[in-house]
Design a protein. Structure first.
Length: 156
């Protein structure tokens, strides 16, 4: 068993539960008068029950955020797709592909829509030098996807 196995991701396995959880988060955010939220998520975590694939998880979140924004014009919702260093390279590749597929750098003022705004590499840093992921990240660079690599937290 790994950290997070019994966390919220184990509950978020259908479009309905994803929509409810996102709606709750966005209502709370709007109640705090926030004007922008960027939600970091790992879509693979929502596929374990076999009811969703990565793309349908991403599309469900984007669709729900768009519905929320239509009713709450003062908030902008964007997402970062996250991959974890210490999980499989195949999982990394599927997250990179989802980020490239759904990334949108086009923003039209007055016509804001939720979008995948970037990619984040997170997770266990020890024994996972960022250089190891250079080839994995080339599709992100070629598509001009903004990306962030969390590093330095383990004291190196």
């Amino acid at each position: 068993m790994a950290c997070g196995d019994l966390g919220g991701s184990s509950l978020l396995q259908t479009q309905g539960t994803l929509r409810i959880a996102l709606e709750s988060l966005l209502k709370e955010t709007a109640a705090e008068n926030a004007r922008y939220i960027e939600i970091r998520f790992s879509p693979d975590n929502y596929t374990h029950a076999g009811l969703l694939d990565i793309n349908s998880a991403v599309e469900t979140l984007l669709d729900q955020a768009e519905k929320f924004m239509a009713e709450h014009e003062n908030i902008i919702v964007n997402f970062l797709i996250m991959a974890t260093r210490h999980k499989s390279r195949m999982a990394m590749a599927t997250h990179v592909a989802a980020a490239v597929t759904h990334f949108s750098s086009v923003i039209f003022p007055g016509a804001w829509k939720p979008r995948i705004a970037g990619f984040d590499l997170a997770g266990q840093e020890k024994d996972y030098d960022p250089v190891e992921f250079r080839e994995d990240f080339l599709p992100l660079h070629r598509a001009f996807v903004n990306n962030h690599h969390s590093c330095g937290r383990d004291g190196r």
